[in-house]
Design a protein around this ligand. Structure first.
Ligand code: NAD
Length: 391
């Protein structure tokens, strides 16, 4: 099947890559820059450290901090209105996926009319027609891959939805692991398993290609081998570097191949219970993979090997079972609860979670095993009970 493959944006990666920021800004011949960041990063001085070189070079800079994790739609509407009103000529996002997603929306919708709500994937009616302002994205978590995708995720009342368009792709991404040293263990774990989930889901996606496969397996290798160290010792330079590359590469993999069932079931958990995106993926990852195991046995054997184990003396079936167990063990090892109960989700919520997950058709369509309403309920129930169940 013919493939569309996208490797944007221009990226600077690796320890110290932030030193490219000023040169990149200079290329765009802009004057008035909006820097979008979250209040915590501003308070700890990270934002100012990042933008110091462009401030010293004399650019007019405004810092916008009305950003919260898992940003609700209203937060996007407010930022877009502000960006239009103040007529900036560049946006720079410094933060985790929540900040980067809002930055993408602000940059693009500054030049397109209407509300953010008009452009939502599930209910929107408008098409983005203009590219908008140049965007530079500087992630401070190793997780979402937002710096290389054309998606912005927003929280709605009971679920999440996305705005997606190639104009949302950044012009420049600067992925410097040094910016992730200050991440606390809990966020390192949640964002890291988010990145792992991107790679695993891209690898088993119905839209996977030889290109996304290569990216996904390398991301799985890097993340599986470094996440425990990054959580236990956040100052470990090598582990932070591997996590940074791992999440960036996983972003490229899933941007090209898509994510599937884990994300479809995770969105309602984020929407209804305000569980961080990485945690909601992590708690479901072993249960979704366990349920669909038979539809992608060979690919799960490859994942098992990429995680650093050897399937040499195992049947494909046995290796795929072990893959599910190792995914669960990894989530446990980084201290993320492995049952929905662990997030105070009660059994009576499983029905409404199912109802919302069924609507995530764009994601479900990429699952190697069709996931219908009953399947989805069964997976939620297995994640509630903490017992992996197969189709
Ligand atoms: P986040 O941006 O919500 O940040 C989580 C917390 O980490 C915040 O409290 C933040 O202040 C803190 N933090 C960030 N960097 C830090 C640092 N260096 N040191 C200390 N603290 C730091 O977390 P996230 O997981 O990166 O982003 C989640 C959002 O991204 C969700 O809304 C999710 O749906 C979305 N997402 C988007 C894509 C995409 O392709 N656009 C993909 C996956 C997820």
């Amino acid at each position: 099947m013919p493939e569309k493959i996208t490797f944007l944006p221009i990226s600077h990666t690796g320890w110290g890559s932030l030193s490219n920021l000023l040169n990149e800004v200079n290329r765009f011949h802009v004057k008035k820059i909006l820097v979008i960041t979250d209040p915590f990063l501003k308070d700890i001085g990270l934002t100012n450290q990042v933008i110091a070189p462009i401030e010293e070079a004399g650019y007019s800079i405004e810092i916008y901090t009305d950003v919260a994790p898992e940003p609700p739609l209203a937060m996007g509407e407010k930022l877009v209105a502000y960006t239009r009103d103040q007529q900036f000529d560049m946006v720079i996002g410094v933060g985790g996926g929540s900040t980067l997603d809002l930055t993408k929306l602000a940059g693009v919708l500054a030049a397109n009319e209407g509300l953010v709500a008009d452009y939502l994937n599930l209910t929107g009616t408008k098409q983005i027609t203009k590219k908008g302002l140049p965007k530079i994205l500087i992630p401070t978590t190793s997780g979402t891959g937002s710096e290389v995708t054309n998606i912005s995720v927003l929280s709605l009342e009971t679920t999440k939805d996305v705005v997606t368009h190639d104009y949302l792709l950044a012009d420049v991404a600067i992925v410097d692991p040094a910016l992730t040293i200050s991440l606390p263990p809990k966020v390192t774990a949640a964002t890291g398993v988010d990145a792992l989930t991107h790679a695993v889901e891209a690898y088993i996606s119905k839209n996977a290609s030889p290109v996304s496969d290569a990216l996904a397996l390398q991301a799985i290798r890097l993340i599986s081998n470094s996440i425990r160290t990054a959580v236990a010792n956040g100052e470990d330079k090598q582990a932070r570097t591997d996590m940074s590359y791992g999440s960036y590469i996983a972003g490229l993999a899933f941007f090209n191949a898509g994510v599937a069932g884990v994300h479809a079931l995770a969105y309602p958990i984020g929407g209804q219970f305000h569980v961080a995106h990485g945690d909601s993926n992590a708690v479901l990852l072993p249960y979704v993979m366990g349920y669909i195991r038979q539809s992608c046995e060979k690919r799960m054997k490859d994942i098992y090997d990429a995680m650093g184990f050897s399937s040499a003396n195992l049947s494909q079936e046995e290796a795929s079972y072990r893959c599910v167990s190792e995914l669960k063990r990894l989530v446990e090892d980084v201290n993320i609860p492995t049952t929905l109960k662990g997030f105070n989700i009660t059994e009576d919520a499983l029905e409404s979670l199912t109802q919302d997950a069924v609507e995530q058709k764009r994601l479900l369509a990429r699952s190697p095993m069709p996931l219908l309403r009953d399947d989805i309920y069964t997976i939620y129930k297995s994640a509630f009970d903490g017992v992996i169940v197969e189709k």
